[in-house]
Structures are given as C-alpha cells and as structure tokens.
Design a protein around this ligand. Structure first.
Ligand code: PEP
Ligand code: MN
Length: 339
C-alpha cells in the first residue's frame, strides 16, 4: 500500500503515518519526492489499518501497489532515480560508459586499459577479481591481488571501480577496494548474497540472469531496496534464446520495460550480450536509443591474449571508435553515412 501525503504535510504528520504503518505490521519506507512525500507500507500486515489512514491528518490518499516489486516500482517513486558512484551519477542526463577488462590480469594491463578508456570517454573502470567461470578449469581471477590492483589504478586515474562479488564471504574485502559491487548474471537470484548486499553502504550493479524475466530481475532488486540499499543499478547483459550465432540475445524491449516499471537506472552490457566485437557499436547505439542510462563494455590491451572473454573484448582503438559512434546522431550511423 502507498500512503500519499499532501504537499503541505508536516514532518510530524509523516512520522505519525510511519508509526501507524509499523504498528499495522508493515515496514514503512519514506520516499521524499520533489513535490510530495510517499510512505510505502511493504511486507504484510493489517491492510484495514492502512486503509483507515485515509482520514489521518496530512494524508491525501491511500492506494494499493499492484506490482509485486514495491520499492523498485515507479508507483512508489514516479521520478527516475540517479545512483552516485563516487563522483559519477548513473541515471542522470549523461550516458555513463564503464569499460575495462573482463578479468584483472596484471597492474600494467589494468592501468593501460584504464588510461585508454578514460581518454576515449569512459567514466568508470570495470575489472573482475573473482570470476564466475562455466568450467572449474578456466581462469578464476586473482582475488585479493586483483582488488589491490583496482584500488591502485583508481588512485592513479580517478576512475571509480566496479567489480563482481560472488560470495558473502568476500563482501567486506571487496568493499574496501571497490566503489560499486557487481552481482553477476549467475548470482541474480543468490538471495543470501542479495540480503548481505542490502546491508552495505555501496552501490550495487545487478545484472539480469540469462534466464530471468524482467519481473524476476526487479524482484531481485527489491531484495536490495527492501533490505535498506537503494543504490541499485540494473544491467541487461543478454538472455538465452534459440539463437546460436550470438553468445546471448540483448533484450532491448526488456530494457525499456524495466525503465517503464522501475525508477532504477538501467545499463546495457553489449559485450556479454552479443559475444561479438563487431556488434558492440550497433547494440550500444540501439541501447541508448531504447533509453539505457549507460553501457558496460569489455576492453583489453590485446584481446587475443586475454585470460577471459578475449573473443568479445575490444582493443583500445575499437573502443575509441565505439565511443565516437555513440556520440554521433543515431540516424546517420544507421544509414552507414558516418563510418
Ligand atoms: C562479467 O561482467 O565479466 C560477467 C561475468 O558478467 P555476467 O555475469 O553478465 O556474465
Ligand atoms: Mn566477461
């Protein structure tokens, strides 16, 4: 249920509603909008007691939240949210591009990549320290050593860092080194991990599971918001379909739908989404046209030597080209007039 307060509602009247919502057995979440305040009653409790708040001072209306995800939904927060990652704002007017290697392999590799992607216009660095690999025989990431490299490169370049967390055990250590924690596609429904990340004071990049519906994805985000972490950015990275020529299929309608249903920012990962360097430019432009708030792209100094995901990684020049292309008018590119 949502209790819409009047524009003129006082702090005291809002607090009264919060107390009544808690007494009725719900969790009260106060959302301060630009014009008015909303008190969302989430969880389960005595519905009649909330409906009765229609008569309370300072209350405009009480309406049910029809979506299964509550705090994530635009019913609770009609205006879009922006998430701050250090000095970068994701979900604001600027398209945010995050770039870097799939895995951290060495200091030189990460530093040279960070400098190159920054020069080309990226505003954040990505790099995996703990890698979710399909086979246990593949490179699993350098762990703590990689986190130290990321910290050092952030200090040298000023680029905030996002890196993946796979286990609740690693959360504290990763928080010491990263500005944002990524929940990978395979862990989107790792509820223990989501509950743990709900309690941290760092933004979370929540990738969509390869077989997850938009509703399941938004419900995964709801774990974070309902547990107290509202700094959540969604990321579409492709889903499984019958197509075999692509690593995954980027669901751009799903991006538009997620932005329609939720106030959270949405990024697109065209690297995992296609598995093909040649498609990263076109899919990046399409993602922006569909409303994405930014992109996360894999870049490596020498993709053929990469320890993971080399086949889909861009080298520095190819990344710079993608950045130039996304800055140009969409129509000219689509016509092939600007290459
Ligand atoms: C990655 O970002 O390198 C990664 C493993 O992503 P995903 O979880 O989307 O597969
Ligand atoms: Mn990867």
């Amino acid at each position: 249920m949502i209790v819409n307060m009047l524009e003129i509602a006082s702090e005291q009247q809002i607090q009264h509603v919060v107390d009544r919502v808690n007494e009725a057995g719900y969790q009260a979440h106060v959302i301060h909008g630009t014009e008015r305040t909303i008190v969302a009653a989430v969880g389960s409790g005595n519905r009649h007691q909330i409906e009765a708040l229609r008569g309370a001072p300072g209350v405009d209306d009480v309406v049910p939240i029809s979506q299964p995800f509550k705090l994530v939904s635009r019913q609770v927060r009609p205006q879009r949210s922006a998430v701050k990652v250090s000095h970068v704002s994701i979900g604001g007017p600027e398209i945010v591009v995050i770039a870097g290697p799939c895995s951290v392999e060495s200091r030189e590799q990460v530093l040279s990549t960070a400098l190159a992607v920054k020069r080309a216009g990226a505003v954040m660095l990505r790099g995996g320290a703990y890698k979710p690999r399909t086979s246990p025989y593949e490179f699993q990431g350098l762990g703590k050593e990689a986190l130290e490299v990321l910290s050092e490169v952030r200090r040298e370049t000023g680029l905030p860092v996002v890196t993946e967390v796979m286990s609740t055990e690693d959360v504290d250590l990763i928080c010491e080194h990263a500005d944002m924690l990524q929940v990978g596609a395979r862990n989107m429904q790792n509820f223990a991990l989501l509950r743990r990340l709900a309690g941290i004071d760092k933004p979370v990049l929540l990738k969509r599971g390869p077989a997850a519906t938009v509703r399941e994805w938004l419900l995964a985000a709801e774990y974070l918001l309902s547990g107290g972490n509202s700094q959540v950015v969604l990321c579409e990275r492709g889903i499984k379909t019958f197509e075999t020529e692509l690593r995954n299929t980027v669901d751009l309608a799903g991006v538009a739908l997620a932005r329609e249903l939720s106030h959270l920012p949405v990024l697109v990962d065209p690297s995992h989404g296609t598995g093909r360097p040649s498609l990263i430019g076109p899919v990046s432009r399409a993602a922006i046209a569909a409303g994405a708030d930014g992109l996360i792209i894999e870049v490596h100094p020498c993709p053929e030597r990469a320890l993971s995901d080399g086949a889909q990684s861009l080298d520095f020049e190819a990344f710079a080209q993608v950045m130039r292309e996304i800055a140009r008018p969409l129509r000219r590119i689509a016509d092939g007039a600007a290459s």
